[in-house]
Ligand binder design. Structure first.
Ligand SMILES: [Zn+2]
Length: 259
């Protein structure tokens, strides 16, 4: 499996490099057509000097190290986010390869990971979760997950619908906290995770509450009065992808023993 894992890592880093384009450009455009077009043109260029970036300066992870994090022409700093996204995506792809093996379920898992990484950074910076990511990925997730295991169709559909309805209720009861983006994201996660989505939602709320507490204690809340919820859901989703079934099993086991 060794050489294969290296290939998966390289593939993950390349997809991560594309995610950087998604994270930077999608939230700066309006409308699906313009957003999708922004992903392919214009080609990569420095945001400092506008010069286009040659292929040899655009190699995932390697170029950032070779250029010491600066544009070759103007010396503008390349945000640390670029290698971070490439590395995170690559490492999680390798981890997924180890957990799921070369089975059909690996492919929806990779799609889920990359979508959540993009949502994590976009929501963190712009407070939006683009429909153009969440809706097609939700549809693709539901279709592939049902194709892989048709017996789970009802569980997957219910997990998505109930998660979305739950967030919708939270959003209308407590306006300003959750947005419609979180509603759709929760639904998308349900389609991929099935009942493990419970673990993802629980972790999301738990991490969100911890962060809120942290901001209160350190008195930094005034600087950024609103904390986006999508990043916490995204982290919860990735944890649930890998250990959700296991945690749920443990929990249900404890519960049954107590009865
Ligand atoms: Zn430059």
């Amino acid at each position: 499996m060794g050489p294969l894992l290296i290939l998966i890592f390289i593939f993950g880093a390349i997809i991560g490099s594309f995610l950087n384009v998604v994270i930077y450009r999608l939230p700066r455009e309006e409308g699906w057509r313009r957003q999708l077009r922004s992903l392919v043109s214009p080609g990569s260029h420095c945001t400092g000097c506008e010069r286009s970036i040659s292929w040899y300066d655009n190699v995932p992870l390697v170029s950032y190290a070779v250029l010491a994090g600066k544009c070759r022409h103007c010396g503008e700093r390349i945000p640390l986010r670029y290698p971070l996204v490439e590395f995170t995506n690559a490492a999680l792809y390798v981890f997924a390869g180890l957990v799921f093996g070369l089975e059909p379920t690996l492919f929806p898992a990779l799609l889920f990971i990359s979508a959540l990484i993009a949502v994590f950074y976009i929501d963190l910076e712009h407070y939006i979760i683009p429909n153009v990511i969440v809706l097609p990925v939700a549809a693709a997730g539901l279709v592939t997950m049902i194709a892989i295991d048709p017996g789970r169709w009802l569980e997957l559909v219910l997990a998505g619908v109930i998660s979305a309805v739950f967030f919708f209720l939270v959003a209308i009861i407590k306006p300003g906290g959750m947005g419609m983006g979180d509603v759709k994201l929760a639904g998308m996660m349900g389609f991929f995770l099935g009942r493990s989505v419970l673990v993802a939602l629980f972790l999301g709320f738990f991490l969100g509450a911890l962060a809120g507490l942290g901001l209160m204690v350190t008195g930094r809340k005034g600087r950024k009065s609103r904390v986006p919820f999508g990043p916490f859901l995204a982290v919860g989703g990735i944890v649930a992808l890998f250990v959700g079934q296991h945690l749920l099993g443990l929990y249900l086991g404890l519960f049954n023993q107590g009865m």
